[in-house]
Design a binder for this molecule. Structure first.
Ligand code: CP3
Length: 344
């Protein structure tokens, strides 16, 4: 392991005096340089598939702030697109997709072996980044977790309560489970190619894990994460995995042990003190400053940042937000957060 890579050291379980830092959505609309490159690309999806420009926006927050990790610029919905689903973004509203809710539609998805035709530009972005990043910066690849991606495929759009996906689960469990199985299989191949191209860590985003309860949480969030993690570690021994079962609450407890993930990313619905007691004893943790502080700044930003660093200083910790930074964030607040952590 390159000892300069503080993120890899944290993922290996090392407690560090100053936690390494990166931010979800660190390449995004709050940055004027991102908006300029996105305008040059035309639209968001064209930016994702333009390897040179996607690498450029990935590097922008590294140059501006010196984050310890860069996350590949892409989207979790590119994988279903590679499986043959129609995908587009409605300005100001978010993603739209053709729906997959019947046995015929499930059977009509493209074979897993054929996803790379669509996704090759993403692997090229990873290759460019692994050449161009500073030697101390860790490159993170990612995919959506099967449940979260399925919620978009089933509804054809983002939903507040994932109602259509829960309805399909109740009405046609075979098709519902078939979609998750197809996604689990394809996610392993997708992440495997990212690792071969140079991703040093992979993260699994399960943004809607919090709406799965009890047995459903185990079957549709935990088990797929375990299957993906174990398959990747079998093929790529030592590859660190970050799992983000967002808003899992007590489901965070034991998630690392049960899946084999090296780090659990934590949203801001639980306190850092609770995380230190209940999650950090088993694994590295990442989180969990509320992204609203990047908008509002002031004393609260500094107090909360210090509180999180302090609460989690007894074990391996990667500082991050609880969710992605929003377009209305003030770029100066990001610098204040970083200074607060590094000067603490
Ligand atoms: O963290 C990063 O910077 C890496 C790149 C990344 C993006 N999306 C870029 C993006 C990652 C890891 C994602 C994950 C993602 N995408 C998730 C899971 C994490 C989460 O935020 O909950 C989800 C649910 C999606 C699907 C998605 N993509 C939605 C719902 C939207 C629209 C919401 C919005 O912010 O407008 C996107 C678009 C998107 N993905 C943007 C970015 C930077 C904004 C696109 C733009 O420039 O307009």
């Amino acid at each position: 392991m390159n000892k300069d890579k503080t993120i890899l050291r944290a993922l290996a379980g090392e407690r560090q005096e100053t936690p390494p830092i990166w931010m979800m959505r660190q390449a995004g609309r709050y940055l004027p340089e991102y908006r300029a490159t996105r305008a040059e690309a035309g639209d968001f999806l064209s930016l994702c598939y333009n390897s040179e420009l996607a690498a450029e926006v990935t590097l922008q927050p590294i140059r501006r702030y010196g984050f310890d990790a860069a996350i590949l610029f892409a989207d979790i919905l590119l994988l279903p697109q590679a499986l043959g689903v129609d995908l587009w973004f409605e300005t100001g509203e978010g993603p739209r997709m053709s729906t997959t809710t019947t046995a015929d539609e499930l059977a009509g998805l493209r074979a897993t072996a054929d996803i790379h035709e669509t996704l090759n530009p993403i692997y090229e972005t990873v290759r460019i980044l692994s050449r161009e990043l500073p030697r101390e910066t860790t490159l993170i690849g990612f995919a959506g977790a099967p449940w979260t991606v399925a919620t978009y495929m089933i509804a054809g759009r983002g939903t507040k309560d994932q109602g259509p996906a829960h309805a399909l689960k109740a009405e046609n469990r075979a098709v519902f489970e078939g979609i998750l199985d197809r996604l689990t299989e394809a996610t392993i191949e997708y992440l495997s190619k990212q690792i071969e191209a140079g991703a040093e860590v992979v993260k699994l985003f399960d943004s809607w894990a919090g709406s799965l309860k009890g047995d459903d949480f185990v079957k549709y969030a935990l088990n797929p994460a375990a299957k993906i993690t174990q398959a990747l570690k079998h093929r790529h021994p030592g590859i660190p995995v970050i799992a983000f079962p967002r808003e899992a609450g007590e489901g965070y407890v034991g998630f690392a042990k049960a899946t084999g993930a090296d780090c659990i990313a934590i949203d801001n619905s639980v306190s850092a003190e609770w995380v230190a007691q209940n999650v950090q004893p088993d694994s590295c943790v990442q989180g969990n400053l509320a992204s609203s502080h990047m908008v509002t700044g002031g004393d609260d930003l500094i107090i909360e940042t210090k509180r999180i660093v302090n609460a989690l200083k007894g074990g391996p910790h990667i500082f991050n937000l609880g969710h992605g930074i929003t377009p209305d964030a003030n770029p100066d607040n990001v610098q204040i957060m970083i200074n607060t952590i590094r000067e603490a």
